[in-house]
Design a protein around this ligand. Structure first.
Ligand code: GTP
Length: 571
């Protein structure tokens, strides 16, 4: 598939702003799924996602869409050409931002969905910055415009003031009524650039995600950055050096659809002989065995902030729980697992999660998808303890704290974050109360777009003692000397000598801070004119008059337009 007809994009949004509904509508519009397929939020495949109405795992779907794009056709310039669009769904909740940044790595653009009534919310800001840092083209989509309280103009103003997004770029949609949806895919095709890779370079493929399928085994989601991959090819992992044969390869359309090949710029799936998803390192680079390539930048590893113990409800079920956890972590690489023993509960696991919601979702998935019954211990954040014997340990389990009298605790540390909270001013009071309840310290407090007291002065330019109002500027007092000097030098360069001396000065009030003089000259245009050629003489006089037109006379001094232009360049 020609790379210039591929677009890889994500939909990012705050929870509930309509991301999954919009994704469904786009899949329907392109005929990828049937309208009214009876299962809303198609990409939310997990039961927990449907029950809680949140996206947990990033999912991908490939769509085909016919569109007439200037300069891009399938041979006939009058016919629209078919574009291959890879839509990568992302979770909205902060606990899953690890999944978000992973999915963005394969994209060149993102639809930033904002609820027309609620406006910009915390996760809109966080996700915007993830996309912005990944250099993605951002298309603002103001959704739910059908709601009676919708106020798209307010949202446009927010997008402008918070993210510097042009209000005229925003699309107005209702994923519920279908209003405005016809503009979404044209904007994706027109505004988002095709992927940057090259089909002729050696294969480099980013491993985005992996999961375990009962029938096919480990299925890897991949983004082919450079080169091409075919069924039967031998590939190696940059992380482990392990080699595999490609047994099946294809796209998610939206179910696994074998294609036999994936080309540069495409996102799809690969099945190799991997036995466990542990072999599929998320963020790994896969390449053709026996070639040498520079690995692609990987992902930031997940940071575990909440730890809790997991034990089988019935002590004898340890093996079953072990199996269930192994299967589930195949699908969720962002959980850390270590075995532990409790005197009360027996053999179990200590699990690290990204946050409390992540922990809840993991429990629910263990029960629903793997029929495991678990007891979990009170969640804790990791603490650091320093003991009297000089050792320092990270403690993720209260039971691990030393009770040895020779090893007394002499200091402890808890995790903190430096957070920026952006809120409407009416919420400042309650938010500050909430923060102080958590022993938060206010480091700084400021209004966005505020004025700041400053030391400003008016810098005048005087020609032969007369101030020229059009050349006056307001500058910071610390810059005044330098700017004044530059302005005077520029003017000297661009004002021609005239029949009298010109004094150029820069002054603050009555204090002159820079000065230059242009000495007098008698400019005789006829000097070159020898002989008595009258027509030539007249021509030259005309030319001098023309030149004067482009001059501005200030007092008695003629200033060329160019001098004014040059002054603008001084800052
Ligand atoms: P997460 O997956 O948790 O991030 O949420 P989401 O952003 O995917 O939101 P979702 O698509 O699940 O929509 C949230 C709710 O808003 C659902 O009840 C939708 O039916 C509703 N909704 C989505 N789009 C619109 C719209 O344009 N208008 C109205 N009135 N409701 C909408």
């Amino acid at each position: 598939y020609p790379i210039e007809k591929i677009r890889n994009f994500s939909i990012i949004a705050h929870v509930d702003h309509g991301k999954s509904t919009l994704a469904d509508r786009l899949l329907e519009l392109t005929g990828t799924i049937k309208r009214g397929h009876g299962q809303p939020q198609y990409l939310d495949k997990l039961q927990v996602e449907r029950e809680r109405g949140i996206t947990v795992k990033a999912q991908t779907a490939t769509m085909f869409h016919k569109y007439k794009l200037h300069g891009c056709n399938d041979g006939n310039i009058d016919e629209p050409s078919t574009f291959l669009l890879n839509l990568i769904d992302t979770p909205g909740h902060v606990d899953f931002s690890y999944e978000v940044s992973r999915s963005l790595a394969a994209c060149q653009g993102a639809l930033l969905v904002v609820d027309a009534a609620q406006g910009v919310q915390a996760q809109t800001v966080a996700n915007f910055y993830l996309a912005f840092e990944s250099n993605l083209t951002i298309i603002p989509v103001i959704n739910k415009i059908d709601q009676p309280t919708a106020d798209p103009d307010r949202v446009k103003a927010q997008l402008k003031s918070m993210f510097d997004l042009d209000p005229s770029d925003a699309l107005l949609t209702s994923a519920k009524t279908g209003q405005g949806l016809e503009h979404v895919l044209p904007a994706v095709i027109e505004r988002i650039p095709p992927p940057p890779g090259s089909s002729s370079s050696p294969l480099r493929m980013l491993l985005l995600d992996s999961y375990y399928d009962e029938y096919k085994g480990v299925i890897c989601h991949v983004a082919v950055v450079d080169g091409a991959l075919r069924k039967g090819d031998k590939i190696s992992s940059a992380a482990t050096g392990q080699a595999y044969e490609v047994l099946d390869i294809g796209i998610m359309h939206p179910e696994l659809t074998p294609t036999g090949v994936l080309l540069s710029g495409q996102v799809g799936y690969v099945v190799t002989g991997m036995r466990s998803t542990k072999e599929a390192r998320i963020g790994d680079t896969l390449y053709h065995t026996r070639t040498t390539v520079e690995p692609l930048p990987g992902f930031k590893p997940a940071k575990h902030m909440v730890f809790s113990g997991l034990y089988p409800a019935d002590g004898s079920d340890f093996d079953a729980l072990n199996h269930a956890i192994e299967r589930l972590t195949c699908n969720d690489a962002s959980v850390s697992i270590t075995k532990e023993t409790s005197t009360a509960l027996g053999l179990g696991f200590r699990c690290g999660f990204l946050g409390l919601l992540h922990m809840d979702v993991f429990h629910q998935r263990l029960e629903q998808e793997h029929e495991a019954h678990v007891i979990s211990t009170v969640p804790t954040v990791p603490y650091i303890f320093e003991y009297s014997d000089g050792s320092k340990v990270e403690v993720q389990n209260p039971a691990a704290l030393s009770s040895d009298p020779k090893k007394r605790v002499i200091a402890c540390w808890e995790p903190t974050v430096i957070a920026t909270i952006i809120i409407p001013s009416e919420y400042v009071g309650p938010v500050i109360t909430l923060c102080s309840e958590r022993r938060g310290q206010q480091l700084e407090y400021s209004f966005i777009d505020r004025y700041q007291q400053s030391d400003l002065v008016k810098l005048d330019i005087l020609l032969n003692g007369k101030p020229v109002d059009a050349m006056a500027t307001i500058v910071h007092s610390l810059k005044a000397q330098r700017v004044g000097r530059e302005l005077v030098d520029k003017l000297k360069k661009f004002i021609d000598r005239q029949m009298f001396e010109i004094i150029i000065q820069a002054a603050i009030g009555s204090k002159v801070i820079a000065r230059e003089t242009i000495s007098a000259m008698r400019k005789n245009v006829l000097a070159k004119c020898y002989g008595g050629d009258v027509t030539r003489k007249r021509k030259l006089l005309e030319k001098q008059k023309e030149g004067k037109k482009r001059m501005k006379r200030v007092g008695s001094v003629d200033i060329p337009q160019e001098a004014f232009h040059q002054l603008l360049k001084v800052s």
